[in-house]
Design a protein around this ligand. Structure first.
Ligand SMILES: [Zn+2]
Ligand SMILES: [Zn+2]
Length: 81
């Protein structure tokens, strides 16, 4: 069986690879307007490392995507909280 994972596309969103040591960030995706915002969070990185270490995993790369509604699209009532 051939390796097809590299060519498989999960959905329309094209994710930039999250490479260690490079320009590493993740994305917030708005399902309403389609906006994709990059973000960095050292605490998140540390948490992912902790999870991997705790399971004896050598993680080469990871992807994190937060989906929902951006500040422009989310209802004002939620924003006011
Ligand atoms: Zn939006
Ligand atoms: Zn990361």
């Amino acid at each position: 069986m051939l390796e097809e994972a590299a060519t498989g596309v999960a959905g329309a969103l094209v994710l930039e690879p999250a490479l260690p040591g490079g320009d590493h960030h993740h994305h917030l995706v708005c399902d309403d307007c389609g906006k994709v915002e990059p973000f960095e969070d050292p605490t998140l990185e540390a948490a992912i490392e902790r999870v991997a270490d705790g399971r004896g995993y050598a993680v080469a790369a990871h992807d994190v995507v937060l989906r929902g509604a951006c500040q422009d699209c989310r209802p004002a009532s939620i924003l006011a909280e």
